[in-house]
Design a protein around this ligand. Structure first.
Ligand code: F6R
Length: 609
């Protein structure tokens, strides 16, 4: 969703802001703009569309400057247009604001401000903030911002500058993320760490209710009442190379190929082949507490929800605890029932998804144990959960989640084995065997990736189709859902994921020669059942591609095409079946010329409801 970048310091500011905006592009946006103050004069440029269009409008300009803001907008209030793009200004044109989030009471505020004589030029909720700051401005920007904040309802991260109170950026957070970068003689503010990495790895994450007053010689932190806060900087483990494409055509392809390493990193230090155990001491939920758990509820959205569904099978099978998996956007409004023996696991790559965060806050009222599985350290969800199990996937730039999905499944597999050890539902030999199987997964993924051209060749055959069915059963049912989601979000092809056994209850009516099926058929406890489902489709002249074990010769006579994968423990097949489906979606989208890394209408981190 919207992205904010701000800078104060000696560097050439316009290219710096543009570079920052490019690193925020992956969050999803439909318009962009910058505002720079150069020798006391404000320079502002905005466009509807992509950052390279903004760059073109800036060509030939000789603007430099000492401080400024940039913004990518994902429209919520008001269509994508130049007037609605940020930065927004007050009536005098001296106060400039960028905003991420939603001001829920903006209509009331707009009416009030209009009656007081303020003139509005956009349809956005954001513009009220600029006028409110104008209303309260005397001589100090931070004081006016602080007063304006008191009037705002909703979720927001804002940054403001002014030509009347120079060389200062005031930022505030109540909802969406905001992080201050502390460089050498330079300071930045951003919606996430990616634009900061090429300048500094020392950062301060703002918490809700906190402001930063950033000057060229330092940063001051305060709460919304003006009380000073002591917030030391922390050093990031991510580096700038991690957010480069490194020769791949798209970030998504690079991230698919990173999966073996991501899994190794996620297992590292947590599994021991010597003792045959999983050690998750880091999650700060004691074995005594975990032993008492009688129910697990996993809450997530989108791809993370699919990882959660896969985790359910693992936890139920290995730890013999009942697991419910819930969409955060639904659960938050339910009259749910949780007791002290429930463990609530929230799964979120970004750790900022508004629905997941709201569901976490709602469940915390009942005081259950909460555990976050997150990829972004220090994200809101990670900070607000009792325990955290980090997925060590590194930054994911492609909007479609790939490597973080595998890392989430890996984290859930570790959790399942950990719980099973604590509850003694598996013995040490079983535990060791599981760990050995898990450890072999990265190499098996490498084997699949080495033959990515098989998937690419097949993809060419299916580019002309408009619909696709994905079928899986048991632990691969979530992978059918995920495979279908990948195809729809990046290729805009209609795809449905179904549990194989559900076909005859309705969806089989769709089958004809125009509706191909991707069947996930590893040799597992439902293999024969899947074969029956495949026969039912074949009888209705549907074309079938199967993801199956390479040594499975029988399947070749039953389907039209096979994507082979190495065999593995049936509980861990999703790690392998996922990869060809990601590649398949990627190649179809790439062949179709789609914007693979930034699919239309999508945002990487959905920070509004
Ligand atoms: C799909 C995708 C989304 C996210 C969803 C939740 O490829 O990335 O469906 O999985 O928006 O995001 P997080 O995991 O950040 O909470």
């Amino acid at each position: 969703m919207c992205g904010i970048i701000g800078y104060i310091g000696p560097k050439n500011i316009v290219p710096l802001l543009i570079d920052g905006l490019k690193k925020l592009e992956y969050r999803g946006y439909d318009s962009a703009g910058i505002a720079v103050v150069d020798s006391g004069k404000l320079y502002l440029q905005r466009v509807k569309g992509k950052i390279n269009e903004l760059e073109s409008t800036l060509e030939g300009e000789t603007v430099s400057g000492q401080y400024g803001l940039g913004h990518t907008r994902w429209a919520t209030h008001g269509r994508p247009s130049e007037e609605n793009a940020h930065p927004h200004r007050d009536c005098t044109g001296s106060i400039v604001v960028v905003h991420n989030g939603i001001i829920e009471n903006y209509l009331t505020l707009k009416k009030m401000l209009r009656e007081e004589g303020h003139e509005f030029v956009s349809e956005t909720d954001t513009e009220v903030i600029a006028h409110l700051i104008e209303k309260y401005f005397e001589d100090k920007l931070e004081v006016a911002v602080q007063k304006a904040l008191k009037e705002l309802e909703g979720d927001f991260a804002i940054s403001a500058i002014s030509t009347k109170d120079k060389e200062k950026i005031v930022a505030a957070k109540s909802g969406p993320p905001a992080v201050v970068g502390i460089g050498e003689g330079e300071y930045l503010i951003s919606s996430d760490i990616n634009p900061l990495l090429s300048h500094t790895q020392d950062v301060v994450f703002l918490e809700d209710g906190e402001m930063a007053i950033i000057r060229k010689d330092g940063v001051e932190f305060r709460d919304f009442d003006g009380k000073p806060l002591d917030k030391p900087a922390e050093r990031l483990a991510w580096n700038p190379l991690m957010i480069e494409k490194r020769g791949y055509k798209h970030f998504m392809l690079k991230e698919i190929f990173e999966q073996p390493q991501v899994l190794r990193d996620t297992f590292e230090g947590r599994i021991s082949l010597d003792s045959g155990t999983v050690n998750l001491g880091e999650i700060e939920i004691s074995p005594t507490n975990l032993r008492e758990i009688s129910r697990v509820v996993i809450i997530a959205c989108g791809t993370s929800y699919h990882a959660a569904l896969m985790g359910r099978y693992l936890i139920e099978t290995l730890a013999r605890v009942s697991v419910d998996v819930e969409y955060a956007s639904e659960y938050r409004y339910r009259d749910f029932i949780l007791d002290q023996n429930s463990l609530v696991v929230v799964v979120s790559q970004s750790g900022e998804t508004a629905d997941t965060l709201a569901a976490l806050r709602a469940v915390k009222k009942g005081n259950p144990l909460t555990l976050a599985i997150c990829n972004v350290i220090n994200s809101s969800i990670a900070r607000e959960s009792l325990g955290v199990l980090s997925t060590h996937a590194g930054p994911e730039i492609g909007v479609a989640a790939t490597k973080t999905f595998s890392a989430q499944m890996a984290a859930l597999a570790l959790l399942a084995i950990h719980l099973a050890q604590i509850k003694k539902t598996i013995d040490s030999q079983e535990s060791l065997a599981l760990i050995q199987d898990l450890q072999r997964i990265p190499h098996k993924i490498e084997m699949i990736l080495n033959e990515a051209d098989i998937v690419e060749k097949l993809a060419w055959d299916f580019v002309p189709f408009s619909h696709f069915l994905y079928l899986g059963r048991w632990i691969n049912f979530p992978i059918a859902l995920e495979g279908a989601l990948k195809l729809k979000e990046i290729s805009y092809m209609h795809a449905e994921g179904y549990a194989g056994g559900e076909m005859k209850h309705g969806p089989i009516a769709l089958i004809d020669e125009k509706m191909p099926t991707m069947a996930i058929v590893p040799k597992d406890r439902v293999y024969d059942k899947m074969l029956s489902n495949i026969s039912e489709i074949k009888a209705r002249v549907g074309h079938i591609l199967a993801v199956a074990f390479q040594e499975d010769e029988d399947i070749r006579d039953r389907v039209d095409d096979v994507i082979p994968i190495p065999s593995t423990n049936q509980l861990f097949t999703p790690f392998l079946t996922t990869v060809p489906l990601q590649l398949f979606a990627y190649y179809i989208a790439a062949i179709r010329g789609a914007d693979v890394d930034q699919p239309r209408n999508l945002a990487k981190s959905v920070t509004v409801e």
